[in-house]
Design a protein around this ligand. Sequence first.
Ligand code: 4NP
Length: 157
Amino acid sequence: MKKISVLFVCLGNICRSPAAEAIFITLLEKKGLTDGFIVDSAGTGSWHIGKKADSRMRIAAERRDINILSRARKITSKDFEKFNYILAMDDSNFRNIQDLKNRTAPTDFASIKKIQEFRSVFNEQEVPDPYFGGDDGFDYVLDILEDSVKGFLESVA
Ligand code: 4NP
């Protein structure tokens, strides 16, 4: 069976999208669905390329038994041909992804959506950027993402 490929995207690829990726991978493992998916994350910015996820996010995720192992990379035009779903964390990410697609890879292969489209418990329209805030913000992002990532899986599995 053909695998479903999913790319989570935020700005820096060190907080929200690595968390979404790890939450999704953990959920797939729990449900025995790992073999059916290819999962990755990327950022629209390039400041943190090659770096591990922000330690505040890694620590908050580890408390929930979620391991964030990714290294930051920037989204490229090839991603639009490689991934079935490209899921943006906020409106700005969504616009930047659309702009990049229109400029470099005007194909309709990838379905570009905002992850909060799949929310059910939390009412947030966007996943807030926790980078410049306090530790609470990281837990809140994880709460939001556990809800919407689960909703996304239910919509495709
Ligand atoms: P992320 O958070 O987009 O969730 O990875 C950010 C990380 C870094 C920066 C902004 C947002 N930054 O400006 O360096």
